[in-house]
Design a protein around this ligand. Structure first.
Ligand code: RFL
Ligand code: PHB
Length: 394
């Protein structure tokens, strides 16, 4: 077995893992990143699309906002739609903050470019990652690299950035961890289409048939979602069926608005759930992003929460490992969880307001809620404050 040492081992090279290693390196703390998939696979995954205010700030402080500002689109707010009605919520007017439409795929590309430029040690296509002695001050991680070589890294801290299915979450002993979960009876069918967006800013639409959303990626690429029953087989949705449902739910023809269809280049079904594992620290193991929590995507919070965790943990690890101050690392879990639960509530609330079932009583409650958030300045500001993003420390 080949052995080495690194101050930090980061498991997972998604957005949180690469951003954390970048911020640590900028402050003189070295790390090794371990990733199960290939670099090409990680870079091509289609996921989130909206960056909130504090995410853009973290990327700016990391010097990673150049392409985002050149190629991303700053949005003042969102449109809320239901049959016969469309309203724009202007977050800038309401709470003085905007959001940016810039796909997670692009964020990942920028992070890979920064990682490569810095010569960061990232091992892709590793297997058998196992975390050891986490409750001591000298843990170690073992894995098999892409060439089949068994390796060991002795370290001061292990950070689980390995998403909902990685080994880090499960490395917290049963008696220590608590899991909190809510499942939903629906999923999202997501498509990417080579067509100019039919909207300037995102449209979130309530419809008795189910929620729909029009998002975007660039002046020539649009992203759409449809609420479908949980367990839906993606092959049961033909192109025509998808465009017909989007046209109906998004209000094609209402007040002259038209939805322009185009070639579908990617389609998948995304299950929805809310999940939190507490605490987010066990000994020298720290959990970040989807490794500790999952939110349904309706509030656009998944990626933003992962970046916020990194924004709290990076300085805490620097204090611990460079300056010998254990304070911020000790309070990391409690501080991160305040925001996690706020976003868990907001994502659940947006999901509950916009996704429909059979019950006509529920429909009336949802429509009342929608009329309230689009007519009361106080209610609109509440949505805007949560969507555009709260400060890192709550
Ligand atoms: P990631 O991005 O899941 O990255 C985790 C990385 O860990 C790797 N990994 C391992 N590495 C080594 N050894 C192992 N044993 C490993 N097991 C796993 C994985 O290969 C992966 O590269 O977590 P991170 O960095 O915390 O980032 C979180 C965000 O990616 C996530 O919150 C969002 O993408 C959630 N999400 C969405 N959020 C939104 O706000 N809007 C969306 O439209 C949206 N769409 C999505 C999504 C998440 C999805 N997933 C996780 C299935 C669509 C999908 C399909
Ligand atoms: C997306 O563009 O993929 C997206 C945007 C907003 C959401 C969810 C997904 O709430």
């Amino acid at each position: 077995m080949r052995s080495q040492r690194s101050q930090v081992v980061v498991v997972g090279a998604g957005p949180s893992g690469l951003l954390l290693s970048h911020l640590l390196a900028a402050r003189g703390v070295d790390s090794v990143v371990l990733e199960a998939r290939s670099q090409a696979y990680v870079g091509a995954r289609v996921r989130a699309g909206i960056l909130e205010h504090s995410t853009v700030e973290v990327l700016r402080e990391a010097g990673l906002d150049g392409r985002l500002r050149a190629e991303g689109a700053e949005h003042r707010g969102i449109h809320l739609h239901w049959p016969g009605e469309r309203h724009h919520l202007d977050f800038v007017d309401l709470v003085g903050r905007s959001v940016w439409a810039y796909g997670q795929t692009e964020v990942q590309k920028d992070l890979v470019a920064a990682t490569t430029a810095r010569g960061q040690e990232v091992h892709y296509e590793v297997t058998d990652v196992a975390l050891h002695d986490l409750a001591t001050d000298s843990p170690h991680v073992t894995f098999t690299d892409a060439t089949g070589l068994a390796r060991r890294i002795d370290t001061d801290a292990v950070v689980g950035c390995d998403g909902a299915f990685g080994p880090s979450r499960a490395a917290v002993p049963d008696g220590v961890r608590t899991t909190w979960e809510r499942t939903y009876p629906f999923s999202w069918l997501g498509i990417m289409a080579d067509v100019a967006p039919s909207t300037d800013e995102l449209i979130y639409a309530w419809h008795p048939d189910g929620f729909a959303m029009h998002s975007l990626r660039s002046p020539t690429v649009s992203r759409f979602y449809l609420q479908v029953p949980a367990g839906t087989d993606v092959t049961t949705w033909s192109d025509d069926r998808i465009w017909d449902a989007l046209a109906l739910r998004l209000g094609h023809g209402q007040d002259g608005w038209e939805l322009t269809p185009g070639p579908i280049t990617d389609r998948s079904v995304l299950p929805m759930r809310s999940f939190v594992q507490t605490p987010m620290r066990h000994g020298r193991l720290f959990l970040v992003g989807d490794a500790a929590h999952t939110v349904p995507p309706t509030g656009a919070k998944g990626l933003n929460l992962a970046v916020a965790d990194v924004g709290l943990l990076a300085p805490a690890l620097v204090a611990l490992l460079r300056d010998g101050d254990p304070g911020p690392a000790g309070s990391y879990s409690d501080r991160a969880l305040r925001r996690v639960w706020r976003c868990t509530h907001f994502s659940w609330w947006m999901t509950s307001m916009l996704h429909t079932g059979e019950d006509p009583f529920d429909h009336q409650l949802q429509l009342s809620q929608l009329r309230w958030v689009t007519s009361s300045g106080a209610a609109a500001a509440g949505l805007a404050e949560n969507y555009a993003g709260l400060p890192l420390e709550l």
